[in-house]
Ligand binder design. Structure first.
Ligand SMILES: [Zn+2]
Length: 356
């Protein structure tokens, strides 16, 4: 379904003179031709939330945030060998549910909790949050990075890890695998490659989407092609790139968007999932996005904030940050409403939706 009309009526575009207008028109045309929504029911596709499987259409016009944190435990990740205490004082169902409900008033309809079991993802806690909000909560699983892996990962085979992931995904109603990360290093370690391949194999048996964590912005050890090598590892077991989101790409300062275009050219989603945070200021993230959209990749972009609510972080804009802080910056740069709708509504649903 194509619609090549451009929003002629937009006053802001008229007021911005010829250069702005032409960019705005261009982005509008790209957006109109690039995406597809879920206007009609499509072949048994569902998004698996903690409470039920929902057809993507039932999310209406609300946005989906594909990478946030509702039960991430920093104390655990930062403990010795990434294995600190398993609960923090900030873990309060009422407080987290309240934050999620605020995000609902800002246009959020679905939040993916990007926690894995080795960063303290707590399915029981998430379920209690889900029961106190109208926002759909999607739980995830997998393994974060070598320093947080449980000791048995070292001795288990790829297939044994995949078996564990498939079993856990069914038992705990995972809606995706993520965030799957790696240590900031020049090359992916053999152990992390084993985990990436195991997650890929678990995906082939469950159809659950996969999203990753990259360490861009943490120092010179991380090569520019780190996101591509993650895709290589997943593709090496037969994962289709269309089912993968390569994460934290907005932390790579790449004004011409070269690396993310390479990722999108292979068919994968590109995660701008640290909007308003991370190593690269928002104006540079916007520059990258404009270059990416002009190259025709509106369908491949996902936005989220990687926000982790704790009592200490309560002053930040919260789970709605992507919509309340970052999206206005895209609008100001000339990205039109139709493109924003595709990016915030259609793309994350298409990413998550699968045949159970
Ligand atoms: Zn995260």
């Amino acid at each position: 379904m194509r619609n090549t009309s451009v929003d002629e009526s937009d006053k802001a575009a008229r007021d911005h003179g010829p250069a702005q207008l032409s960019r705005r028109d261009l982005l509008g045309v790209l957006a109109a031709g690039a995406g597809f929504g879920f206007g009609q029911a499509r072949g048994g596709l569902v998004i698996r939330t903690l409470l039920k499987d929902v057809p993507p259409d039932t999310l209406g016009t609300a946005a989906t945030l594909f990478h946030e944190h509702l039960s991430f435990e920093w104390a655990r990740v930062r403990g010795p060998n990434g294995r600190g205490p398993s609960s923090g004082p900030e873990k309060d169902v009422g407080l987290v549910a309240e934050q999620v409900n605020i995000a609902a008033t800002e246009g959020v309809g679905c939040i993916v909790d990007a926690g894995t079991s080795d960063v303290g993802r707590d399915a029981g806690f998430l379920k209690q949050v889900a029961e106190r909000t109208s926002v759909h909560i999607v739980a995830c699983g997998g393994l974060y990075m070598a320093r947080t892996y449980p000791p048995e990962v070292a001795t288990k085979s790829e297939d044994q890890i995949a078996d564990d992931l498939v079993r856990d995904a069914r038992a705990s109603r995972y809606g995706a695998f993520g965030e799957i990360g790696e240590t900031p290093d020049a090359a992916m370690s053999p152990e992390e490659r084993k985990v990436f391949r195991a997650v890929g194999k678990a995906h082939l048996r469950t159809n659950l989407a996969i999203f990753t964590h990259n360490a861009y912005g943490t120092g010179p050890n991380v090569p520019r092609d780190a996101g591509l090598r993650q895709l290589d590892a997943l593709e090496s077991v037969g994962v289709k790139p269309q089912r993968v989101a390569v994460g934290h790409m907005c932390c790579l300062d790449d004004p011409l968007a070269g690396v993310i275009k390479d990722i999108a050219r292979r068919g994968a989603f590109v995660g701008f999932d640290r909007v308003t945070g991370g190593a690269v200021p928002d104006d540079r993230k916007v520059t990258m996005i404009l270059a990416f959209l002009e190259a025709g990749y509106a369908d491949n972009l996902l936005l989220s904030a990687d926000y982790n609510f704790t009592a200490r972080s309560a002053a930040r804009p919260g789970y709605g940050t992507t919509l309340t802080v970052f999206v206005p910056k895209l609008r100001q740069a000339g990205v039109n409403d139709e493109t924003i709708r595709r990016i915030t509504i259609d793309n994350p649903r298409r990413f998550l939706a699968f045949v159970a």
